[in-house]
Design a protein around this ligand. Structure first.
Ligand SMILES: Nc1nc2c(c(=O)[nH]1)N[C@H]1C(S)=C(S)[C@@H](COP(=O)(O)OP(=O)(O)OC[C@H]3O[C@@H](n4cnc5c(=O)[nH]c(N)nc54)[C@H](O)[C@@H]3O)O[C@H]1N2
Ligand SMILES: Nc1nc2c(c(=O)[nH]1)N[C@H]1C(S)=C(S)[C@@H](COP(=O)(O)OP(=O)(O)OC[C@H]3O[C@@H](n4cnc5c(=O)[nH]c(N)nc54)[C@H](O)[C@@H]3O)O[C@H]1N2
Ligand code: SF4
Ligand SMILES: [Mo]
Length: 698
């Protein structure tokens, strides 16, 4: 048995793992001793990796759909078909008629190739990925206020914080190693504050839990700031030296009172006062936040409100302080950094800037698109209008994970051509015309960038199953067939080297230095050859920090007589995303029953429901059936579902009302009605759960 060092393929913490390899198979996983992030530990998902990538659960051949049925095809035939369909769409509609959705689970090298393919071959800025529905408001909001959308400090700063303020993140479940580290910090004396409408595990263990009403983040954060300024607790020297004029924000807050804040948020005034004092007066306080901040139509403003609080108290730019957007996917930071966004090239170089276009046109030997690109949901809408004809989806499952499933299904059906590059035959892949088998992380070389901007090496431990190939290899081959020779890299290292040569943020990185250091944190350039664990120590990339006034606005859809419950969505520790990987593990499947609706027992009693009874849940967009589970984690009137279960797809219900700046949909709030199924009647299964492995033989 060999043990090959790598990085976990699930969440953005980026734990160091060892892949145990025997007879060409990954038979198990162990924690990497001495890894700076995971410190020799892993969560249940990390331990279960071998099931997720097992050849038995994988696509091994290109597939072409004929008369509604998939058949095996050679790479030659499948790629020829993809190339000709993209050509056809481009001939008819030009570059705006085609697009690529990239993959935050794949490597930086794969993502660099995806955006290069979109821009250099398809001549289109229609390139996006799941950050759109995850942390796009962080990229935009912190970009506006600080000049950089990434985590300002490092994970290790948790150990130095006196106060840890967690807003809208369920850290012990979703960033388990960080949750554990926060609890260790609390045990050594740090004050832990959690702001969440649910009593999460961390909220129950916290020193203070502010159980805010759903969607009232801005009211709460503005209210805390008002109390801070009213008591003179702001950091005057920091404001004077490091920030732009605070006047407009002060005037904006002047009319607020703690009574009003308490009335809107449901948080007692005494708790508001305690949190305002603790956070502002701490020697070092850090804020960590997640989807409870970003997944609203007010997402960008929520992020700005977080940033206002941190800047006003000067809790940025020192050890133990900072703003930590807890990036979700193992490589979502990287997919953003690589420019898999319609508005930026690698390293956030603006796609609208003619100088940047000229730079890449010269480097890549072909003109660059000047027309702005579409976001992922923009592509969904364009497809429905017949304005987008051919789409490549590389490692995403929008049919389960995008809002308003019925609308997504209509959009995919309206396309002339869909190609999906995947590890398994997901629900989205089943809709495709061509499916291409991708190599999983253990089967390729490359890098992942975790939530603290740490670029880490992953190593090939085994060969890909069947004919599967790395995403970048597939894209390079396709580019060549479409007449572009600028992607003929020999290996992943060559892709990385090209990227660093064009991206100042990564200028001093290369594979040997990454390997020697357990990865390096960007910016990593001549001035910072060892990387940058701490950002904004002296100044912000935009010079002075900006405090921007933002106002509370309720979610787009609130409960009413027809749909009387507020509905939100969440994650569970034992499953990941669409479940296409974690649900392959019998150990993880055993931990969590299929599809659930969480409800306060008193709401259940009012509806005369029994625990575990079948219910039909409906919203203005669709309905589903599942089982109810009573829990006092939730307040009365608020229901919640996890989004991992294809047989109970909560995104049939969710609303795609969007943040005007980033097009982030409001995945965390909509209104639903609940109807009991007769006792003993099993919920209707939405998508054949028994199909999980039906296509394995293909
Ligand atoms: N086990 C597991 N881990 C994961 C993932 C997974 O699928 N499974 N996915 C990964 C990904 S992609 C991501 S982005 C991260 C996400 O990690 P988190 O950000 O922790 O994700 P969620 O559980 O969706 O939502 C977080 C919290 O927001 C709260 N919330 C809802 N509305 C509000 C509100 O109005 N205000 C406040 N303050 N809070 C609110 C919810 O109650 C919930 O506890 O997790 C990553 N890690
Ligand atoms: N209601 C609701 N909906 C949500 C959320 C929510 O909180 N509530 N959260 C949203 C968030 S934050 C996110 S990030 C999205 C996530 O949405 P998705 O990105 O669609 O979810 P994943 O389950 O991570 O799907 C990724 C797919 O990538 C494949 N994959 C893994 N590695 C590779 C690789 O190397 N190459 C290729 N080609 N494929 C690979 C896996 O097999 C898997 O099927 O969901 C969003 N949807
Ligand atoms: S905390 Fe995240 S990175 Fe670490 S083992 Fe768990 S899923 Fe993997
Ligand atoms: Mo995410």
């Amino acid at each position: 048995m060999r043990v090959v060092p790598s990085i976990c393929t699930f969440c953005g913490v980026g734990c160091g793992i060892g892949l145990r390899v025997e007879d060409g198979r990954v038979i198990g996983v162990e924690p990497q001793p001495g890894h700076p992030v995971s410190q020799g530990q892993l969560c249940a998902k990390g331990w279960a990796t071998s099931f997720a990538i097992d050849p038995q659960n994988r696509l091994t051949n290109p597939l072409i759909k004929e008369h509604g049925v998939f058949r095996r095809a050679s790479w030659d035939e499948a790629l020829a078909r993809v190339a000709s369909e993209f050509r056809l769409a481009m001939d008819e509609l030009g570059p705006s008629g085609v697009g690529v959705i990239s993959c935050a689970r794949a490597t930086n090298e794969d993502n660099y190739a995806a955006q290069k393919f979109a821009r250099a071959v398809l001549k289109s800025n229609n390139i996006d990925h799941c950050a759109r529905i995850c942390h796009s408001p962080s990229v935009a909001g912190l970009g506006l206020t600080l000049g950089s959308g990434a985590m300002t400090n490092s994970i290790a700063d948790i150990d130095q914080a006196e106060v840890i303020l967690v807003i809208g993140a369920d850290v012990t479940e979703n960033h388990a190693m960080l949750g554990a580290r926060m609890l260790r910090a609390q045990a050594r004396g740090a004050c832990l504050i959690v702001v969440d409408p649910r009593k999460t595990r961390l909220a129950r263990l916290a020193d203070i839990h502010l159980q805010v009403r759903l969607g009232t983040n801005i009211a709460l954060l503005n209210g805390l700031l008002q109390i801070i300024f009213a008591n003179g607790w702001e950091n005057q020297p920091f404001l004077a030296a490091r920030c732009e004029d605070v006047g407009p924000l002060l005037r904006h807050l002047a009319a607020l009172t703690p009574e009003q804040t308490s009335a809107i948020t449901g948080v007692p005034e005494a708790d508001l006062l305690a949190v305002a004092r603790r956070y502002s007066q701490a020697g070092a306080a850090l804020i960590a936040y997640g989807m409870g901040i970003t997944q609203f139509q007010s997402g960008t403003n929520n992020v700005i409100a977080v940033s206002n609080l941190a800047l006003a108290c000067g809790q940025v730019g020192r050890p133990g302080t900072g703003i930590a957007p807890l990036r979700g996917q193992n490589n979502v930071q990287g997919a953003c950094d690589m420019g898999c966004l319609p508005n930026v090239y690698p390293g956030y170089q603006s796609a609208a800037d003619p100088l940047v276009q000229a730079k890449f046109a010269q480097a890549w030997g072909t003109p660059m698109p000047a027309q702005p690109g579409l976001t992922s949901l923009g592509m969904t809408h364009a497809a429905q209008l017949g304005e987008l004809r051919a789409l490549m989806i590389m490692g995403e499952e929008p049919l389960l994970t995008d809002p308003d499933q019925n609308q997504v299904a209509r959009a995919l059906a309206a396309l002339d051509f869909l190609v999906v590059v995947e590890l398994t035959l997901t629900e989205t892949a089943k809709c495709a015309d061509v499916v291409l088998p991708a190599a999983a992380f253990a089967e390729k070389e490359g890098t992942f960038t975790n939530c603290e901007r740490r670029v880490q090496r992953i190593r090939q431990a085994i060969t890909p199953p069947g004919k599967a190939r790395s995403d970048w290899q597939i894209l390079a081959e396709l580019a060549a067939r479409m007449g572009y020779s600028g992607m003929g890299w020999g290996d992943a290292e060559a892709v990385f080297a090209e990227m660093t040569s064009l991206t100042p943020l990564f200028a001093a990185m290369n594979y040997p230095t990454l390997e020697a250091n357990h990865g390096l944190q960007w910016p990593c350039d001549a001035a910072h050859p060892q990387g940058s664990p701490l950002l904004h120590g002296e100044h912000f990339p935009i010079g002075r920090g900006r405090l921007l006034p933002v106002s509370y606005a309720p979610p787009a859809e609130c409960p009413d007589a027809e749909y009387p419950f507020f509905f939100t969505t969440q994650r569970l520790h034992f499953h990941y995303g669409c479940g296409s990987m974690t649900r392959k593990s019998p150990l993880l499947e055993r931990e969590t029953p299929r599809g659930l609706l969480f409800m306060h027992p008193d709401d259940g009693a009012a509806l005369q429901l029994q625990d575990a009874q079948g219910v039909r849940v409906s919203s203005r967009r669709g309905w589903l059936e599942t089982r109810v589970q009573f829990t006092d984690d939730l307040p009365r009137g608020l229901l919640s579902m996890p989004y991992h279960f294809r047989e109970a797809p909560c995104n049939r219900l969710t609303n795609d009302a969007q943040d005007p700046r980033t097009k982030m949909p409001e995945l965390k709030a909509c209104a639903v009605a609940v109807q009991a199924l007769a006792p003993g009647v099993a919920p209707q299964i939405q998508a054949g759960a028994a199909e999980v492995n039906r296509y394995a033989s293909l």
